[in-house]
Design a protein around this ligand. Structure first.
Ligand SMILES: Cc1cc2nc3c(=O)[nH]c(=O)nc-3n(C[C@H](O)[C@H](O)[C@H](O)COP(=O)(O)OP(=O)(O)OC[C@H]3O[C@@H](n4cnc5c(N)ncnc54)[C@H](O)[C@@H]3O)c2cc1C
Length: 305
């Protein structure tokens, strides 16, 4: 990737960590892919505001949580990545609501809710992403969805302005969220409203959900969870398995033998291997069933020329 004229940042006023040409394979759960030109992990919310004020308006900017739904192509991401995990980590009770910042992982949030005698957040335990990624994807499982418990969110605009928004300002659907009026913003926190519950029951539920996951998902190999959205009234995994694609391999990428909607990095996979296998699965399922599968995972960056 030709990293011509990289952006210059005034690091004297920043308290976070700025990295250059950082391999994104270190930050995504597939453990594959190219480099990002700049990666900034803010020290906290105020530091992220200061940083954003320095970023040129035309610089491509992307927030990354735990990278559990993300692939950066092998040619890299020409722009700046804002690393939320380990950065925006506040989690506390505030006027009967949970205030949680964007970098907090789902498992931590689920356990915090349970220990405060609140129920309805148990499902977060099995989603290996951050609150920011879960808000972006409307992540969910076993009947729960992220936006189902959101009272309001806190966002930062590209220019560093802090705003609160309500769920009514977003178009929220299955694994999709968009602001009704176009905008370029990052989720930095949310207030969650949960019902009072039984802490022991919530802890049991968390344990049961974890066991269910490890029985059905290939968690020992790098992956990004479900690759495709479930088509209405159908299951992507069932369709892929029905087309005989379990175990199908391109380079180091393989359709999981354990869960057909997972693609695993079976060793040394490139982003190109993974993307090619995604395409191969789509073409085969379309040919055999007439159904178009749409990726749930986000693919960004440039291909190697
Ligand atoms: C083993 C496994 C199991 C999974 N199970 C589930 C499941 O049951 N249900 C489910 O829904 N998903 C599941 N996933 C997918 C994934 O965990 C979710 O999509 C999760 O919400 C992604 O969070 P993240 O922090 O990793 O986001 P990332 O992968 O880092 O980012 C995903 C997208 O969100 C954007 N983004 C991230 N943070 C912010 C922010 N603060 N502001 C604005 N945009 C942001 C990124 O730019 C990117 O476009 C699974 C993944 C794995 C690996």
């Amino acid at each position: 990737m030709n990293m011509s004229e990289p952006t210059q940042f005034n690091t004297e006023v920043l308290r976070g960590e700025l990295l250059h040409d950082e391999p994104m394979s270190r930050h995504v759960s597939w453990r594959a892919g190219g480099v990002a030109q700049h990666v900034y992990q803010p020290a906290d919310l105020a530091d992220m505001q200061t940083f954003l004020q320095q970023v040129p308006a035309d610089e491509p900017l992307m927030a990354v949580g735990l990278g559990s739904n993300l692939l950066v192509r092998d040619g890299g991401f020409r722009g700046t990545v804002l690393l939320m995990v380990g950065a925006l980590t506040e989690l506390r009770m505030e006027d009967g609501l949970i205030y949680v910042q964007a970098g907090v992982p789902g498992a931590k949030l689920a356990r915090f809710a349970a220990s405060n005698n609140l129920c309805g957040a148990e499902f977060f335990v099995g989603i290996p992403g951050t609150l920011g990624g879960m808000l972006t994807m409307n992540a969910g499982c076993y009947g729960g969805e992220t936006w189902g418990v959101v009272q309001r969110v806190q966002v930062l605009t590209r220019s560093g302005e802090l705003i609160e928004r309500t769920p009514q300002e977003y178009q929220i659907a299955y694994r999709q969220v968009a602001l009704k009026q176009h905008s370029d913003e990052f989720f930095v926190g949310a207030w969650l409203k949960l019902a009072q519950g039984d802490v022991e029951a919530a802890k049991q539920e968390i344990k049961a959900l974890m066991e269910k996951r490890s029985a059905s998902q290939p968690l020992q190999m790098p992956n990004a969870g479900s690759v495709f959205r479930n088509p209405t009234g159908n299951h992507a995994a069932k369709l892929i398995e029905g087309c005989g694609l379990k175990g199908k391999r391109i380079g180091g990428a393989q359709v999981s033998e354990k869960h057909a909607n997972f693609i695993v990095n079976a060793g040394g996979a490139t982003a190109a291997d993974i993307e090619e296998l995604i395409g191969e699965v789509q073409v085969t399922v379309q040919k055999q069933t007439g159904i178009n599968l749409h990726p749930e995972v986000r693919i960004v960056g440039e291909k190697v020329k």
